[in-house]
Design a protein. Structure first.
Length: 119
């Protein structure tokens, strides 16, 4: 649970909210073919889908908030033949806009890890 305090009180954001927002935004970017597992738990959930659904294990997204600023890490595969630099730049711009628009929290950094290429 991420709590942000302002002059009117507190706003609570769940980790699931951030993961859903970031995953949906990244998956809809041109050139992104898939979100990839980044932790051992996510890799096990890929092999055993029932386990992933039971424990609601996100795929390829890490989010942290420190000092009121959001840090994001995502693991993706991109389509073969696309300009990777342009895809990463597009993802960063769209993620920054989506998170700041929805939460009013500034995004400190976005790390995009390209784990594979697909045809």
């Amino acid at each position: 649970m991420i709590v942000v305090h302002n002059h009117l009180g507190g706003i609570e954001y769940t980790r699931d909210f951030f993961v859903s927002l970031i995953s949906a935004t990244a998956e809809n970017c041109f050139g992104v073919s898939a979100m990839n597992a980044s932790t051992p738990a996510e890799r096990i959930a890929e092999v055993l889908p029932v386990l992933g659904k039971a424990f609601n294990i996100p795929k390829g997204v890490s989010v942290s908030v420190r000092g009121g600023k959001v840090s994001i890490g995502i693991h993706i595969s991109v389509m073969y033949g696309v300009n990777i630099s342009a895809v990463v730049s597009s993802i960063k711009n769209k993620l920054r806009y989506a998170v700041e628009e929805q939460t009013r929290l500034p995004v400190e950094k976005i790390d995009v890890y390209i784990d594979g290429l697909t045809h």
